[in-house]
Design a binder for this molecule. Structure first.
Ligand code: IFM
Length: 446
């Protein structure tokens, strides 16, 4: 078994700021943030961590951890303001410098092409429910791969397409904030098609590329009064829709009846099936299905994100993170086993894992105390080692996230970072978890 690689992650809209720089166009999150009540603290990504301007400082923090890789995302509207046409020079130059900055520090660049910042113009042309968006994505992917492909080999097309489709076009709590249902299935299919077309485009431009997709899969467990049929429906939308398409070129039967009959065209699923060189897993928590749950379950655990499901609610059990998500590292072992079973032999990267907790003040040396986060990371790293000992080919573990940042509909209220970004000054203050993870990576285990 290969040694496990370590990394740390961020995403463009969550950290960059500098939204008006270099000809960047507007994206769907700029629009959602401007909608009153959409973001818990009324904030947006206009400043975020100011990482666009502080790239070197942030890359020094990544290097200081001792990890081997940095997972970041590329903002599509920085490359094509309206999602079409030739590339913006300033946008490509920025990510070119970022990649060079990583290489200069001995780090591997692990870019994701889409972490939710769809150009607003493409949303106005139909967004992910429109097939043409998948074709636009492949053109964008080709532009980026042509520029960075001589130095980048590990590419991810999409981050958590479930969120884009079902939180974006069914629950409406993520951009573009559309409430409904049917459109989410069209979005899901076009995201998978875009992944396949994008992977082909990346490989054509960069022949050494290894292309994956990043899924947020979760075990779906049943509470005492939960309905097994609701459990099966949630599992179908959260997990099987993506895995069945990627592994077998099919969709779960109970979902096909809910989608537009003309949605899947001949040849689509053949392109999706077998399109992966590796698979990425973002794991945070198992889901627990009840008939009557608490009035507000965990953030993003929204029954409207599962169109067609029988009546149910979410009922996460304690201990919970600040997001209200159940803490259970056994779920990570379970999902890793599922991946090895469904996609045999495919390298697996844990591309995100981490937790939001309210931090616990300062230590004597000025750093931030965050024992809960350390406990969470320790247990989940042990789960990865457990899965590896059973033969699951996990090649990387990437912690979410380098620093506190814009947590989508929660604004800046929930903090997942190994580093605090001091409100107002934006000064980076490492937390105890940053030191702990650094020691773990270097092989000092407590
Ligand atoms: O912050 C997000 C990230 O953008 C995608 N995965 C889950 C994280 C925590 O909610």
């Amino acid at each position: 078994m290969l040694p496990l690689g370590y990394g740390v992650a961020t995403a463009s809209y969550q950290v960059e700021g500098s939204l008006g720089v270099g000809g960047r166009g507007r994206c769907i999150w700029d629009e959602l943030c401007a909608r009153p009540g959409a973001i818990a603290d009324g904030s947006d990504g206009s400043v975020a961590c100011d990482s666009y301007a502080r790239t070197d400082e942030d890359l020094d923090l990544v290097a200081g951890l001792g990890v081997g890789a940095y997972r970041f995302s590329i903002a599509w509207p920085r490359i094509q303001a309206d999602g079409t046409g030739p590339a913006l020079v300033a946008g490509l130059d920025h990510y070119d410098r970022l990649v060079d900055g990583l290489l200069a520090r001995g780090l591997t660049a692990m870019p994701t092409l889409y972490h939710w910042d769809l150009p607003q113009a493409l949303q106005e042309a139909g967004g992910w429910p429109a097939r043409v968006t998948a074709e636009r994505f492949a053109e964008y992917a080709a532009l980026v791969a042509a520029r960075l492909g001589d130095r980048v080999t590990t590419w991810a097309t999409f981050n958590e397409p479930w969120c884009s489709a079902f939180l974006g076009y069914a629950a409406g709590v993520y951009a573009p904030g559309v409430r409904g249902g049917d459109a989410a299935f069209s979005a899901a299919h076009h995201l998978l098609l875009a992944h396949a077309l994008g992977a082909e485009a990346v490989r054509a431009a960069a022949p050494d590329a290894q292309v994956g997709i990043v899924l947020n899969l979760a075990p779906v467990r049943l509470d005492d009064d939960g309905d097994p049929d609701a459990q099966d429906h949630v599992d179908a939308i959260q997990n099987r829709l993506w895995l069945d398409a990627l592994a077998r070129g099919s969709y779960p039967t109970r979902l096909t009846a809910l989608a537009d009959p003309g949605l899947v065209r001949a040849g689509d699923l053949e392109r999706v099936q077998g399109s992966l060189d590796w698979v990425g897993l973002n794991y945070y928590s198992p889901y627990r299905i009840a008939l009557h749950g608490p009035p507000r379950a965990g953030v993003g655990q929204d029954v409207d994100a599962y169109p067609g499901a029988p009546v149910f609610s979410f009922a996460p059990r304690e201990p919970l993170t600040a997001m209200g998500w159940e803490v259970d590292a056994t779920g990570l072992v379970e999902v890793l086993r599922t991946l090895a079973d469904q996609l045999p032999g495919l390298p697996v990267r844990v591309t995100e894992n981490g937790a939001a907790f309210d931090d616990q003040g300062r230590r004597d040396d000025g750093s931030v105390q965050d024992d809960d986060r350390i406990g969470y990371l320790r247990d989940h790293l042990a789960a990865v080692e457990q899965a590896r000992s059973e033969g699951v080919p996990v090649v990387d573990y990437v912690a979410w996230t380098l620093m506190d940042n814009f947590e989508w509909a929660e604004g800046y209220l929930k903090t997942f970072g190994l580093v605090e970004v001091e409100p107002g000054t934006l000064r980076r203050v490492p937390k105890a978890s940053y030191d702990w993870f650094g020691r773990y990576v270097r092989g000092e285990r407590d």
